[in-house]
Design a protein around this ligand. Structure first.
Ligand code: GTP
Ligand code: MG
Length: 220
């Protein structure tokens, strides 16, 4: 358990209260981890079924990540939100994240539809950065979904962030992400890199569309 998260809470608290908080945080993170497994399994099941139907796998790979307790605290602070359990549950949509990487754009929408049709999934928010890319060139389909976790004697609804993208969108986003953490680039080099990244986003978007067209021709 990361200690940083406790710093604001522990000073005035008794040992029992600290232990109680630690248990609550551990429990919350377990719920998020379970929800992430559930959604990951749903995509794996869809991949199996769709590969039976179409004799190819729509999913190239799946990545999951659970936000660290420190990152949760840092984000709550950044957004001026209270740092407590219900604030995380009500305000944070990306504690559990799952990224689904596909070969083709149509598979992204097909998988999103298949997921959202499932009767235990509730769509909370959808952002289509493929149809409406960000000004820097970022593309992906983002869904925030809510899914029930079945416990021994309880049912808990948990939010999961799903990002669906093509392989080239993933490569681009990873490269752009690295640029964000480069702190000592000169303004000239920064601008040059941003312009080059935008060009990469536009070219790779054209390639994604072209490959989709070719596949459509082959699979008529
Ligand atoms: P935050 O979750 O607070 O970042 O804002 P938001 O909820 O408005 O986020 P949004 O749905 O736009 O993006 C959520 C996630 O998508 C981020 O945490 C990143 O993983 C990814 N993302 C969004 N925009 C970019 C971008 O411009 N570049 C890269 N590399 N990733 C991005
Ligand atoms: Mg977010």
């Amino acid at each position: 358990m990361e200690t940083q998260f406790f710093k604001d809470f522990v000073s005035e608290k008794s040992a029992e209260e600290i232990e109680d908080l630690a248990v609550k945080i551990r429990t919350l993170m377990t719920y998020y981890r379970c929800a992430m497994y559930e959604v990951e399994t749903k995509f794996k099941v869809l991949n199996e079924q769709l590969s039976l139907l179409h004799e190819r796998n729509p999913i190239e790979s799946i990545k999951t990540r659970l936000k660290s307790v420190n990152s949760i605290k840092e984000k709550l602070d950044r957004k001026n939100l209270p740092a407590n359990i219900s604030s995380v549950e009500n305000n944070m949509y990306d504690v559990a994240g799952i990224r689904v990487i596909c070969g083709f754009i149509d598979d992204i929408y097909m998988l999103a539809d298949c997921l959202l049709k499932q009767d235990d999934i509730t769509l909370i928010e959808k952002k289509d950065y493929i149809k409406n890319p960000k000004p820097n060139g970022y593309r992906s389909l983002h869904l925030i979904v809510e899914i029930p976790i079945f416990l021994c004697d309880d049912k808990k609804y948990v939010k999961v962030e799903v990002q669906l993208r093509t392989i080239s969108m993933e490569t681009w986003a990873n490269l752009e992400h690295r640029l964000r953490y480069k702190k000592n680039l000169s303004p000239e080099l920064l601008e040059k890199t941003q312009t080059a990244l935008l060009e990469c986003a536009e070219s790779s978007s054209m390639i994604d569309e072209k490959m989709q067209e070719v596949r459509n021709l082959i699979e008529l």
